[in-house]
Design a protein around this ligand. Structure first.
Ligand SMILES: [Zn+2]
Length: 117
């Protein structure tokens, strides 16, 4: 991958990271405010808890993506961005355009997702 492409992907990654950080922060705020309201009603508490779990799960997934994005940005800086972490082959540009924080090439990803015998 040439430097210009890598720099472009870095921009996209930083943008995505900002988006996700905002989302995680908002979910956190939502959690904080919902725990302060309507204390006492049992049904409300139950629905609040499931809502909390939903936000929590969302935030957990986003945090994993955030970590992966941070890794990808570090790889741009090291000059190893776009290489599969498993086999070291170049990840196709099409794949990176769809998911810029891909760690693996399609072959290795499919290998990893295939159910084990
Ligand atoms: Zn690979």
């Amino acid at each position: 991958m040439n430097k210009k492409d890598a720099a472009n992907f870095k921009k996209i990654l930083i943008q995505k990271r900002t988006e996700l950080l905002n989302k995680v922060n908002n979910a956190q705020k939502e959690l904080d405010s919902s725990s302060e309201e309507n204390v006492g009603d049992e049904i409300d508490t139950a629905s609040q808890n499931s809502q909390k779990e939903m936000y929590f799960e969302l935030a957990a997934n986003d945090k994993i993506t955030l970590d992966t994005i941070n890794d990808a940005i570090a790889k741009v800086e090291r000059g190893t961005f776009g290489k599969c972490e498993c086999c070291g082959e170049n990840i196709t540009l099409e794949r990176l355009k769809a998911i810029p924080w891909s760690r693996y090439c399609i072959k290795c990803q499919e290998e990893a997702e295939r159910p084990r015998k």
